[in-house]
Design a protein around this ligand. Structure first.
Ligand SMILES: [Zn+2]
Length: 67
């Protein structure tokens, strides 16, 4: 569960980010030799103030890759 940074209401999670006009999702990739795909970017929205917060679906991939 994740709360809004602004008003501390419970956010709606697990929403997809789409680029307007296309069906592509946004991906975050790691720079450097490995160029690993760190996974899909998901989004949480606060139903109270509309604040949106993007987050990586599986943060464990970052911990594994960063040495
Ligand atoms: Zn809020």
């Amino acid at each position: 569960m994740r709360n809004c940074l602004r008003c501390e209401k419970e956010m709606v999670e697990d929403l997809d980010i789409k680029v307007e006009g296309a069906a592509y999702g946004v991906k975050v990739t790691e720079q450097g030799i490995f160029k690993g795909n760190l996974g899909k970017v998901k989004c949480a929205v606060c139903p109270e103030c509309g604040y949106i917060e993007p987050y990586i679906e599986d943060p464990s991939k970052i911990k594994i890759n960063s040495k």
